[in-house]
Design a protein around this ligand. Structure first.
Ligand code: ZN
Ligand code: ZN
Length: 400
């Protein structure tokens, strides 16, 4: 450990990142102004790659299509750590009115991935400058977190992420509206739900509204299925287990005097254990098929597995909590936060390596606007805190 290069103490503190604050804000605002959707993050990836190269990182482009990996090896330590940030924006029309608001109509950084990318860039610059560790750091800048089925994390893994850039443990962060900025939230074990989609296509027999006896009305079948589905969580799932079945979309018919031939339901299905996940799939399929059959119709259920559960490993989470406590103090650390019914494709990375997904408060009350809302904005005060956290996590994980 080169003690001489350390202004105060052994490891990075938040104030060490203060001089980078303005620069990080500029980067974040630039990315915010130029949002790119899943797998279109060409300019964002180029910006990330150029910065990393400028600071002396070894850069690999095109990992998982538009993903970028930065690698920095210092000393002869044999350990390695991976940290991931997501880069994609959402198809939302921004309404913040900010000077750096989206310059592309219909695209917006409404989930704070501009902030996640910038916090990790801040750490990259500081780590390259201070180099107070021994081992290998890989930074995974990921595309397409928001794409649902065609996940960017999965794409990077399929592209050999953990073989080409192996790490002993992997870490990631998401901002968290509803908690004060600079507050870190952790949870050992299952933290975020598995998120699946089910599409139910009901086949009836169409005809004249005045002659219903000659038809099989798919609207009646759909209504019956929607009501029957309400019993899945209430009557089939163990009450101690969290689960959600939401019918988010229901479409049938074109006119008041026509009985449609088909109807279509789309469901969002959330669960917190493989057993419950399997049970939900089974009961949704059984209920839809048997309800339709009882009316003389037919239901075809397409069940699409989305992101798995985010499951944090105990040892790595305990370590990450320790580092946060050192950095911001006990009162800004929630060690065992409540579970979240949202989903995250970082789950795929946690299936491959031990590690933890943590959250950093983005604001409360008027500043607590939810993600995916046209008024949302990432909180810039987190940029230096987040960058300092990643830096210190590396220094501690790859301590000499
Ligand atoms: Zn999102
Ligand atoms: Zn997000």
């Amino acid at each position: 450990m080169s003690e001489a290069s350390q202004p105060s103490g052994q490891f990075t503190e938040v104030e060490h990142l203060a001089p980078a604050g303005e620069r990080l804000r500029e980067i974040r605002h630039h990315i915010h102004h130029h949002p790119e959707l899943a797998y279109e993050e060409v300019a964002t990836a180029a910006l990330v790659a150029e910065k990393l190269e400028q600071w002396g990182w070894q850069v690999t482009r095109g990992v998982g299509r538009t993903g970028v990996v930065g690698t920095l090896k210092v000393g002869d330590g044999g350990r390695s750590i991976g940290i991931r940030a997501d880069m994609d924006a959402l198809p939302i029309i921004e309404e913040t009115g900010l000077p750096y608001a989206s310059g592309t109509h219909g695209k917006m950084h409404a989930c704070g991935h501009d902030g996640h990318t910038t916090m990790l860039l801040g750490a990259a610059e500081h780590l390259a400058k201070t180099r107070r560790f021994s081992g290998t750091v890989h930074l995974y800048f990921q595309p397409a977190e928001e794409s649902g089925i065609d996940s960017g994390a999965k794409k990077m893994i399929e592209d050999g992420l953990f073989e080409r850039f192996p790490c002993d443990a992997v870490f990631g962060v998401h901002n968290h509206p509803g908690a004060e900025p600079g507050v870190f939230l952790f949870r050992k074990g299952a933290f975020m739900s598995a998120g699946d989609k089910a599409i139910i296509t009901i086949e009836g027999v169409g005809g004249h509204a005045a002659r219903p006896h000659l038809t099989v009305d798919p609207v009646v079948v759909a209504a019956s299925i929607v009501m029957a589905l309400q019993t899945v969580v209430a009557r089939n799932v163990d009450p101690s287990q969290p689960a959600v079945v939401t019918v988010g979309s229901m479409h049938a018919g074109t006119a008041n005097n026509v009985i449609a031939s088909t109807a279509r339901l789309e469901l969002s299905v959330r669960s917190f254990s493989p057993e419950v996940r399997a049970l939900l799939k089974k009961r949704i399929t059984e209920l839809a098929e048997s309800q339709a059959q009882s009316y003389g119709g037919k239901a075809v259920v397409e069940y699409i597995e989305g992101y798995p559960m985010v499951v944090n490993s105990d040892a790595e989470t305990a370590f990450a909590i320790e580092v946060a406590r050192e950095l911001v103090g006990d009162d800004k650390v929630v060690a065992q936060a409540d579970i979240l019914m949202g989903s995250e494709d970082f789950a795929f990375m946690l299936q491959q390596r031990p590690g933890t997904f943590l959250r950093i408060g983005n604001g409360v009350g008027e500043d607590g606007c939810m993600v995916h809302n046209p008024h949302y904005d990432f909180n810039d005060s987190n940029l230096t805190v987040g960058a300092a956290y990643w830096t210190r996590l590396v220094e501690r994980y790859l301590g000499q």
